[in-house]
Design a protein around this ligand. Structure first.
Ligand SMILES: Cc1cc2nc3c(=O)[nH]c(=O)nc-3n(C[C@H](O)[C@H](O)[C@H](O)COP(=O)(O)OP(=O)(O)OC[C@H]3O[C@@H](n4cnc5c(N)ncnc54)[C@H](O)[C@@H]3O)c2cc1C
Length: 511
């Protein structure tokens, strides 16, 4: 397995110390927290370089007097960045600056996708004050910004997952009702998720990316740093839950993690989803997902007969409502979830491919002559990022034996689903990974608890597991109950004044 960062240092001596401006800091934080904190944010610069960048005669880093006050957001003011280019011209050495603390909460949830929604709602409903942060302009992650439209492995789930399915079905189209909410309209999902979070008292901050995290000397996570139009900001919390999919918060906090498979960290491909319109559902029925296992093959043959060769050989076309369809038919191979440049190129390629495929189908005429792209996902679908090291590691052998665990937060039934890792043909690769097979298995609570940093839980596709196990538990019907469990655990651990790893799942449920 690719293991990039397995044994992180407990203390981060090589990183600079940066002061967080202690404005509006509640009494409990002032009395229990140190003024200077270890930070991993915005790169690893040597402290010597930073001191040099601050310049002679200036106030020592760590005191507030040299720092500008808060910017006036209303008038568009900013806190300017100071710095200088290093002698070798390879780095920009940023000058230390005070970062305003803009929020304090019992529980901070990073990422408002399926896992983050479960986490935020459960923590808030258990009485915790909750701050939810997401980089996108809506809640829902791959459900909404990713235009997914299908929830897998939710049938045996209760709690928040069942509640969401009921909302999606009640407020959705005939297809949503017919599928008990598992086929949903992303626009309705956006609205439902916002309403539920607002109603539960969750504080939501959209358009805001987590870019750093702060641990204290004991290895406890105490603050998250973000960047947005409001500038660089700090958020304090008693407990944190990483629901970023890619494990961004945990990585910044110094957790160990695994990525992909093999020494080159090969990951599953990315795919961009799209919404289409302009065809009569009856006329294209044989090609629609949900009408039989042959639909994908027929659609592929139709495309190929017309000279269109989709990069994903099992195209899925699903009718959502009123002549609106969801399409998934492309693969982007070898793109790192941590390389914004590569993701940008993949996004541009995938969007172009979707338009080419639709143009190709339109040329068929007949039922397809008015086919049109209504929307492509704003966020390309990322199947794999970091798998954060937890206090239990779910493995392929757990799937093969059908793990039963006394701290099970839910039972996953979805099979091993490894897409092609390259464009040489996916079937052979798929079969290779499926060798051990899978039976329904438990997701243990300790797999949601970070091993290397205290006060941090994970939920969704970034929990602790191996490449094969991840290919199964990653689907959203499991992400929501994982989030719900992590949210409840975080709230209970605050109430009891103990760390999440000191709690047993049964104790949490009975609290
Ligand atoms: C193409 C594709 C098809 C799939 N098909 C299905 C399917 O049919 N059914 C199914 O159930 N599952 C499917 N999956 C799997 C499933 O979508 C994911 O594994 C699932 O989304 C995991 O949920 P999550 O909440 O962990 O992550 P995500 O949905 O990825 O949510 C992560 C959230 O965190 C936010 N975020 C990320 N980084 C930061 C940061 N640094 N700062 C702030 N916010 C951040 C994101 O904006 C996002 O809202 C598919 C996945 C892909 C990619």
């Amino acid at each position: 397995m690719c293991a990039r960062h397995l044994h992180p240092p407990r203390t981060l001596g090589a990183t600079p110390t940066v002061e967080l401006a202690a404005v509006n800091r509640p009494e409990k934080f002032v009395s229990t927290r140190r003024g200077f904190l270890h930070v991993t944010a915005g790169g690893l610069l040597g402290s010597g370089a930073l001191a040099a960048a601050a310049g002679e005669g200036e106030t020592a880093p760590g005191t507030t007097s040299q720092f500008p006050s808060y910017p006036n957001l209303q008038s568009g003011e900013v806190i300017r960045t100071g710095g200088q280019v290093s002698a070798d011209q390879r780095q920009l050495i940023e000058q230390p600056r005070a970062i305003p603390i803009v929020g304090t909460s019992d529980v901070l949830v990073c990422g408002g996708g399926p896992a983050g929604i479960g986490a935020a709602l459960a923590a808030a409903r258990a009485g915790a004050s909750v701050q939810l942060i997401d980089v996108a302009g809506c809640l829902g992650g791959v459900w909404t910004a990713g235009l997914l439209t299908k929830i897998l492995d939710s049938e045996n789930k209760s709690g928040v997952m069942a509640e969401l399915l009921a909302e999606f079905a009640t407020r959705g189209s005939a297809a949503a009702k017919h599928s008990s909410g598992t086929v949903y309209d992303p626009e309705i999902a956006k609205l439902v998720l916002e309403e539920l979070c607002v109603e539960a008292g969750v504080k939501i901050r959209l358009h805001t990316r987590l870019v750093g995290a702060v641990t204290d000397d004991s290895g406890r996570l105490i603050a998250a740093l973000t960047e947005s139009k409001s500038g660089r900001e700090a958020w304090l919390a008693e407990r944190f839950i990483d629901c970023s999919g890619d494990g961004d918060l945990a990585a910044h906090a110094g957790c160990g993690f695994d990525v992909g498979v093999g020494t080159d960290c090969q990951c599953q491909p990315m795919s961009m989803l799209a919404l289409l319109s302009g065809v009569d559902p009856e006329a294209v029925r044989p090609y629609l997902r949900g009408t039989g296992s042959e639909a994908k093959r027929r659609l592929l043959e139709l495309m190929e007969a017309n000279g269109v060769k989709p990069s994903y050989r099992a195209p899925t076309l699903r009718h959502l409502h009123s002549g609106i369809y969801s399409l998934m038919t492309n693969h982007e191979y070898g793109v790192s979830a941590f390389d914004a440049g590569a993701i940008t190129e993949a996004t541009i390629r995938a969007r172009r491919e979707i338009h080419e495929i639709v143009t190709g189908l339109r040329k068929l005429g007949g039922a397809w002559q008015d086919l049109a792209v209504v929307a492509t996902a704003e966020q390309i679908g990322v199947r794999e990022g970091r798998r954060i090291r937890g206090r239990y590691h779910i493995t392929a052998s757990d799937l093969a034996t059908g793990l039963r665990h006394d701290q099970a937060v839910c039972r996953a039934k979805f099979g091993i689903d490894v897409h092609a890792l390259n464009d040489l043909g996916h079937k052979q690769i798929d079969q290779e990974f499926k060798k051990g097979g899978a039976r329904p298995y438990d997701i243990p609570y300790p797999a949601l608890v970070a091993a290397d940093v205290d006060g941090l839980l994970m939920a969704g596709r970034c929990i602790s597991g191996d490449f094969i196990a991840h290919s199964s538990y990653r689907v959203t019907g499991n992400s929501v109950p994982m989030g719900e469990a992590a949210g409840l655990a975080a709230a209970v651990s605050v109430q009891k004044g103990v760390m999440p790893h000191d709690l047993n799942w049964r104790e949490i449920q009975n609290a």
